[in-house]
Design a protein around this ligand. Structure first.
Ligand code: SF4
Length: 259
């Protein structure tokens, strides 16, 4: 893909959603780390259902470690593989206390040494919390990068390297969220919603969904998903999203703005 087209894609995604962020509820770097770690092989919705109950009770490494494995399990029951994740969560909290003074580490090596934390989780933390030029590649981003031609690759790492090498600097911070949301709501695995896609004329996918097939797509954008209800946590207030400063508030996404 030529640089002008690549830049045009990101420009459009940015115009449609200037401040993209994670849909995982969190109020701090540690909460974000826990939520992302729990989200492996499960949906953000199930993780949010768990953390809405867990974080008001324990949202620091010390408080989580104090709960112990059996103590956190009841909170994690909505999350897939919760037995293993409960064990990892306690190990992660303890390691952050023992080796990092209770702070979420700011380098890949230390992050990936935490139980349950792999390359993707580390990339998200380095990008969102520490503002580093990282793009975590999940199943949605892998699909979108390959279909559009932004960064074709056979493995997530190949796609990641392609995206990091070619994404214009000004779009690096938010590229992960734009591509993930685009894959989740528009460019879905089965029958992507190409006739509704704001980058269809720039996308190089040769098998775009024709208009007559659009109604068969299960892309949320086809179902005209409207504004989401305010993401209120168990603490009865809108949940904040951790950016580098940890203070940005989640805004309800207006109708038609799903990218
Ligand atoms: S045109 Fe279709 S395949 Fe290309 S990004 Fe949009 S939804 Fe995905």
């Amino acid at each position: 893909m030529n640089p002008a087209r690549r830049r045009a894609i990101f420009r459009r995604l940015q115009a449609a959603n200037p401040h993209p962020t994670t849909e995982l509820l969190n109020d701090s770097p540690f909460e974000l780390l826990v939520a992302v770690m729990l989200s492996a092989h499960t949906t953000d919705k199930s993780v949010n259902a768990a953390t809405r109950k867990l974080f008001p009770v324990a949202n620091t490494p010390a408080a989580i470690a104090k709960l112990g494995i059996e103590g956190v399990k009841p909170y994690l029951k909505t999350v897939g593989l919760y037995n293993m994740k409960a064990k990892n969560l306690i190990g992660l909290a303890q390691q952050i206390i023992d080796r990092h003074g209770g702070e979420v580490p700011n380098n890949r090596e230390a992050l990936e040494a935490l139980p349950g934390v792999g390359r993707k989780t580390a990339s998200i933390i380095l990008n969102m919390v520490y503002g580093q030029n990282e793009i975590a590649v999940d199943t949605h981003i892998f699909r979108v990068a390959n279909r559009t031609g932004l960064a074709p690759g056979k493995t997530p790492r190949e796609v990641e390297d392609g995206l990091v090498a070619t994404t214009p600097k000004e779009y690096m911070k938010d590229a992960h969220h734009w591509l993930l949301l685009h894959g989740r709501y528009v460019c879905v695995a089965r029958l992507p919603a190409c006739p509704k896609c704001i980058i269809a004329d720039l996308c190089e996918y040769p098998s775009k969904t024709p208009p007559k097939k659009l109604s068969e797509s299960d892309a949320p954008v086809v179902r005209k998903v409207g504004p989401r209800p305010k993401a209120a946590g168990a603490r009865g207030r809108p949940k904040a999203i951790a950016d580098a400063a940890g203070t940005r508030k989640r805004k309800p996404r207006p109708a038609g703005k799903l990218i």
